[in-house]
Design a protein around this ligand. Structure first.
Ligand code: FAD
Length: 419
């Protein structure tokens, strides 16, 4: 069977950024397709069990909301499905939104359906055909074989800039030395007494004791445990690896090593962390969560100064409320660079546009940024914002012939985004 499809906008990757891009583009009236290799949407939020949205609010005291639009639509859809989200002040004093990943999968399905965006799951992007500096089509694969999808514009929301790489767009790996932030294989424990302190300090006391007692395969000594109100299930963010590439052989080694670490952490926490005595291992991952891999080189770049000085710009298409959060060590907890409470920076449209492929947009954790800029834009609240903006801009370019900045900003405002 020879299959081929044609769309206005194709979005590669169905994480928080990709779903926001697909919804934003469909809302503009563009014929939109979202392609996702997993059998469910959500990206790291569901596939790596990262169960707290950061970045909807500014950091520190007096949190100010900076993301709405598609991000809010997702929250509303999850609320409709049941009591699945809670607003909390985290161990680091920031306002986050904790949610249940299994409900997020269902909410994202509903949202795409409601907005009329097509979606192909179980489908991997394999290659891109590029002519005259523009992507013409992508080749995809499912278990029936290979097929082609043509489109006028493409959004790379793969988290790893996979489409950009296939298309020959300029990308970078990690920081100036080629080092990326540590990756973590999360796991969930049930039967936890969360009335006991689940703080990074309590974790550290337990892990240091376990290391002293000779429990092997323990890396990070201090880290977060995500707790939900009225639930005895917690998410633990401790087993850590540092990837050098996305080569399957290397990643297989990291997944296996990560699972060994999980088993050791379960032993350590059950033995030494108050409240964990009767806990059970409920879910591993499923996949290692990558904080940082490749990202796009864009027409503009979000720099350390943009983020730390909370700079505003006239071509802003989203707001970043988070502060740089850097996880470079395999054994130590992440570090933050402080910013003024209640402050945010603008994300310019050019940071979402490939420097050399003129119909390719990047969204989510691949947006064009330096190391410190990246450390602030990678959180999921901000991924909703950059995805939404990339989807709207791609739709305008596909349907109206150009992503003129004042039209894109007006459309985003119409769709409820904060710019
Ligand atoms: C351990 C850890 C803890 C974190 N903690 C937090 C936190 O507490 N709060 C927070 O807000 N953020 C947190 N983050 C950051 C955040 O989770 C990610 O930066 C964010 O989820 C990235 O979203 P995204 O949509 O850009 O990419 P992803 O969520 O990675 O989604 C990309 C999607 O693209 C798909 N894909 C990739 N390649 C292909 C292909 N070739 N074909 C088809 N589909 C493809 C993938 O399957 C995936 O579904 C954490 C990250 C990690 C790793």
């Amino acid at each position: 069977m020879n299959r081929s499809y044609e769309y206005d906008v194709v979005v590669a990757g169905g994480g928080t950024a990709g779903v926001a891009a697909a919804v934003g583009a469909a809302k503009c009236g563009a014929k939109t397709l979202l392609i996702e290799r997993n059998p469910y949407l959500g990206g790291e939020a569901t596939n790596s069990g990262v169960a707290a949205f950061c970045g909807f609010y500014t950091c520190g005291g007096n949190p100010v909301k900076v993301v709405s639009g598609v991000g809010d639509m997702v929250l509303e859809e999850m609320e409709k499905l049941g009591n699945t989200i809670t607003y909390i002040i985290s161990a680091t004093g920031n306002k986050n939104i904790n949610f249940q990943p299994e409900y997020l999968k269902c909410a994202l399905d509903n949202l795409l359906d409601a907005e009329g965006a097509d979606c192909l799951m179980h489908t991997s992007l394999m290659s891109a055909e590029v002519k005259d500096g523009a992507v013409q089509s992508v080749q995809c694969m499912d278990d029936e074989g290979i097929f082609t999808v043509k489109a006028s514009c493409f959004v790379d929301a793969t988290g790893d800039a996979n489409l950009a790489r296939m298309a020959g767009a300029e990308t970078i790996w990690g920081d100036e030395e080629g080092q990326v932030q540590a990756a973590t294989l999360t796991f969930r424990l049930s039967g936890v007494d969360t009335a006991k302190p689940m703080t990074p300090d309590a974790v550290e006391r337990a892990v240091m004791q376990a290391k002293k007692e000779g429990i092997p395969h323990l890396t990070r000594e201090k880290g977060f445990i995500q707790v939900r109100e009225d639930s005895d299930i917690v998410t633990v963010l401790l087993p850590t690896v540092i990837p050098k590439s996305l080569d399957g052989r290397e990643l297989t080694m990291h997944e296996r090593d990560g699972r060994k670490q999980v088993i050791s952490y379960v032993k350590a926490l059950k033995k030494y962390m108050p409240g964990m005595e009767k806990s059970e291992l409920a879910v591993i991952g499923p996949s290692i969560g990558f904080r940082e891999t490749r990202r796009l080189v864009g027409r503009k770049r979000i720099s350390a100064e943009d983020v730390l000085e909370r700079r505003k710009c006239e071509d802003g298409v989203g707001r970043g409320g988070w502060k740089p959060e850097i996880h470079k060590s395999q054994t130590k907890m992440g570090e933050y660079i402080d910013v003024e409470d209640g402050s945010y920076f603008d994300i310019p449209l050019g940071a979402l546009q490939s420097a050399n492929i003129h119909n390719l947009y990047g969204a989510g954790r691949i947006v064009s940024s330096d190391t410190i800029g990246f450390a602030a834009v990678r959180v999921m609240g901000t991924c909703f914002a950059t995805g939404h903006a990339a989807g709207v801009a791609a739709a305008y370019q596909a349907v109206k012939g150009e992503a003129e900045i004042s039209a894109v900003r007006a459309e985003l405002e119409k769709q409820g985004a904060m710019i």
